[in-house]
Design a protein around this ligand. Structure first.
Ligand code: MCN
Length: 791
């Protein structure tokens, strides 16, 4: 294992020893003296008016310090969403509740248990109203959920109409005309992409301290977006952002759920200020299930029209997307991310309409993939059905319709351009490494033996690496949280006098290995060993600007900024080294913890000498300012568009409906890789979550709005025992939207998986005539489909 960082090397994760030894520090580990604890009283009703709210008995209980209700905090809220369409969530329930789990009151007490007991003692009476849970019923406006909104459908995304300035044409007439052709094969599937609960192993936790003398907050939070949280708190309390220090220590997973700035984070800060004490809240697993954002939740019909010989003529998606009761951070914007990859990797006209619908359930927002797994699922499932209909191999069909390598950048009907790709080569490699022909042969043989073995294939393209300023123009920015820029990246690189380097980044990792990756980027540029490089993140005091970690943006945007900052430090260091070596700066090369003159490695100076010289005016060149650091901002001209293809091999037990996942093989392409081992880890995790959706997970509300899956007993997530060893390979198609040629990979696995699994199960049951089964493919559902098919 190389210890010197080389880009492209599988350097071991530097963050792991502390995590494995249990010495990593999470928010809930912090127990300062005098700490007060919070519990929230949450609504047991999905839709109701609050007729009585009496906290007097609870206030008198031992150890209770304060109880706050809407009136106490009304002046602070609501917390603004980045895309403020729909009804924003009041900080605490404002005379009514709109989903089970909505926070009604906040109790602060000496201990957590006292706080919870007091919350239970608050007397609330509800005048219950009919709850609207069913998405189609909600969209019909039979019952209007929020009086102040015109309709439960709060927004409609169309393929052409999301941004007027693009002047896009509605392609629906083209798709409709294709459907009317004599030679058209039209295949439709109505499918559910079910609601999911992101299950981060560490629940959310926030601790706030306010110093009235300095008028400063220090807030620890398990968040993916420390700077946005700091911005939101400073805006709420009318302070400058620099007076709110947010620290995200270790974050035990987020998967998008910690990308929101939550009401509870602001409320805990409020209590700390109001009481002059340090205050903390850590959610319970049940709160994590019911009051932290959910993901997915679409129903829709996907229609593909093509010729009998496999040429796509058009694609139509008509779907409803569940927003839940209130709009939070990006809620309404999530389907838009799907829209941008609505046509997948294929060149064809697209008609894409998704209605965003309010229901009496928890808010949905970004969950790994966010809009993109949904969009790709609908498209790739119906492609599979179409291939089956015309009797053509599903990979052949796909290859026939891919954008070709010489067509990139390929501008899609939605106005965005795919940056780079060689989709057919990617499929070819997968077919080769998986021995696709061999798999089909094995399947056919098994079928002859009466077994239900299926081979499912699927492809995907993703849009990620959000950074382009252009996104800000259509409402994607952090401006509502007081951050001045859109999603540009930034990186600060400093070589210290002791020849170590400090790298400060504004990302908010939750397991992605940024400390290792950024050390590689900087170490590779400067020739400083990775063990001499400290990477700081998750502290707003350290870094002037941070967009956070989401949308698989960190490497492609902040990584690229750090790469540029490294180059600038290197240019300056080259002048100092040249001065020390009496050579020309352009002849200096950095390697092995020092610099030498190109072609003459014995003319060498160590980093120790260069760093020392940089901080001493008398040893550095006259025209070089002292110090050795650079801070660079980077705003790419486009997002990045990674892609890939996967194969799942399954066997279904026809007597029980049990699905066994026998093999899972993927060839992904995220451009140039910085750390292939971490890339593998990211894809592994992503695939596991895709399998989770396909086979196990579903957030279920009953008709009255009770969450039936509020614990891990009712909400099964996959464990290692459920999964085969994934077999991964890659193609490498660099992007030119950033100087490293990297594309994001943090969500790719999830986007590529669910449809591949369902395609495999449908393939296994195709001899029975099964055409579709909605996820999750748990035994009972699969068994029922088999019974139905058998008549
Ligand atoms: N990488 C690389 N070469 C590339 C791309 C990425 O080596 N071309 C590696 C780098 O080591 C980088 C990592 O992959 O640290 C992820 O990079 P990137 O794709 O830029 O994604 P982000 O760091 O922005 O992470 C966000 C992404 C998202 S959106 C979710 S959701 C998600 C995910 O990452 N949640 C995760 N991965 C997760 N992993 C863990 N363990 N926990 C989560 O909550």
């Amino acid at each position: 294992m190389a210890t010197t960082s080389v880009m492209g090397g599988s350097v071991r994760r530097r963050e792991d020893p502390a995590l494995i030894q249990g010495t990593g520090i999470y928010v809930d580990d912090l127990q300062p003296t005098g700490l007060l604890q919070v519990a929230f009283l949450r609504s047991p009703m999905a839709r109701a008016k609050i007729t009585t709210l009496d906290a007097s008995a609870a206030r008198d209980m031992d150890g209770v310090i304060a109880i706050y209700t809407h009136e106490d905090v009304e002046h602070l809220g609501p917390l603004l969403a980045q895309v403020p369409i729909g009804k924003l969530r009041p900080l605490l329930a404002d005379g009514e509740v709109n989903h089970v789990g909505e926070a009604v009151a906040m109790v602060v007490a000496e201990t957590r248990h006292l706080a919870q007991d007091a919350a239970d003692a608050i007397d609330v009476e509800y005048d219950v109203l009919p709850a609207v849970i069913d998405l189609k019923k909600a969209a019909s406006d039979e019952v209007k959920i929020h009086e102040e909104l015109e309709s439960n459908v709060i927004h409609t995304w169309t393929y052409y109409g999301y941004w007027d300035a693009l002047g896009l044409e509605d392609q629906t007439p083209l798709v409709d005309a294709a459907m009317g052709r004599d030679d058209a094969v039209v295949v439709s599937l109505e499918m559910i992409n079910q609601r999911l609960i992101p299950v981060a192993i560490e629940p959310r936790s926030v601790m706030a301290e306010y110093n009235s003398g300095y008028n400063r907050f220090t807030v620890h939070s398990s968040t993916q977006v420390p700077h946005a949280l700091g911005g939101a708190i400073s805006k709420t309390f009318g302070m400058v952002a620099s007076d709110v220090r947010v620290i995200a220590p270790e974050v035990g997973g987020g998967f998008g759920s910690k990308l929101n700035v939550y009401n509870d984070e602001v409320l805990v800060a409020f209590a700390a200020k109001d009481l002059g004490r340090t205050v903390k809240w850590t959610e319970t697993r049940r709160e994590a299930a019911g009051s932290t954002i959910h993901g997915r939740g679409w129903i829709g019909t996907a229609t593909l029209v093509g010729t009998k010989d496999g040429e796509f003529l058009g694609y139509k998606l008509e779907a409803l997307a569940d927003m839940g009761a209130y709009s939070q951070n990006f809620t309404v914007a999530i389907p838009l991310l799907g829209l941008w990859i609505g046509s997948g990797q294929y060149k064809m006209p697209v008609s894409w309409t998704v209605d965003c619908v309010v229901t009496n359930t928890m808010t949905t927002d970004a969950y790994r993939g966010a809009g993109r797994p949904e969009a790709i699922y609908y498209l790739e499932r119906v492609i599979d059905a179409y291939a089956r209909e015309i009797g053509m191999d599903p990979f052949e069909v796909r290859k026939r319709n891919f954008w070709q390598p010489d067509e990139f950048p390929a501008t899609m009907g939605c106005g965005f351009a795919l940056d780079s790709g060689d989709y057919a080569a990617n499929v070819d490699k997968l077919m080769e490494v998986a021995d696709y022909a061999g798999l089909l042969e094995m399947r056919d043989k098994a079928r002859e033996e009466g077994r239900y073995v299926g081979v499912g294939v699927g492809s995907y393209v993703e849009v990620c690496g959000f950074g382009p300023a252009v996104l800000a123009e259509i409402g994607f920015s952090w401006s509502n949280y007081g951050l001045p820029a859109s999603f540009n990246g930034s990186g600060l690189v400093r070589v210290n006098p002791d020849a170590t380097a400090t790298v400060v980044i504004g990302t908010g990792p939750s397991g992605q290995g940024h400390e290792t990756t950024w050390a590689q980027i900087v170490g590779d540029g400067l020739g400083i060993p990775v063990e001499n490089i400290r990477v700081l993140h998750g502290d707003t005091r350290e870094h002037p600007m941070g967009i956070g970690t989401f949308g698989s943006r960190s490497v492609a945007v902040d990584g690229a900024a750090t790469f540029e900052a490294t180059k600038r430090v290197k240019e300056k260091a080259a002048k100092i080294a040249a001065h020390l070596l009496e050579a020309a700066p352009e002849d200096i090369e950095f390697a092995d913890n020092g610099a030498h003159v190109v072609g003459s490695e014995d003319q060498r100076v160590e980093w120790a000498a260069i760093a020392k010289a940089a901080y001493q005016a008398h040893t550095s060149p006259d025209d070089v300012e002292s110090g050795l650091e650079a801070h660079t901002a980077f705003s790419p001209g486009n997002a990045t568009w990674p892609f890939g293809s996967h194969i799942a091999v399954v066997e279904v037990d026809p007597d029980t409906g049990d699905v066994k996942l026998l093999r899972y093989i993927g060839v992904d392409d995220c451009g140039v890789e910085i750390n292939p081992m971490i890339v593998n880890g990211q894809i592994h995790g992503g695939i596991a979550q895709g399998i989770g959706q396909a086979m196990f997970e579903a957030a279920v509300y009953d008709a009255s709005g009770n969450l039936l899956t509020g614990s891990l007993l009712d909400y099964p997530i996959p464990t290692a025992a459920d999964l085969p060893s994934f077999e991964l390979d890659r193609t490498v198609t660099p992007t030119d939207v950033n100087p490293m040629g990297v594309k994001g990979v943090g969500e790719a696995g999830t986007i590529g998986t669910a449809h591949t699994i369902v395609n495999a199960v449908v393939d296994a049951l195709s001899p029975l005539g099964v055409k579709h089964i909605d996820m999750p493919l748990r035994p009972q559902r699969v068994w029922a489909a088999i019974q139905e098919a058998r008549g």
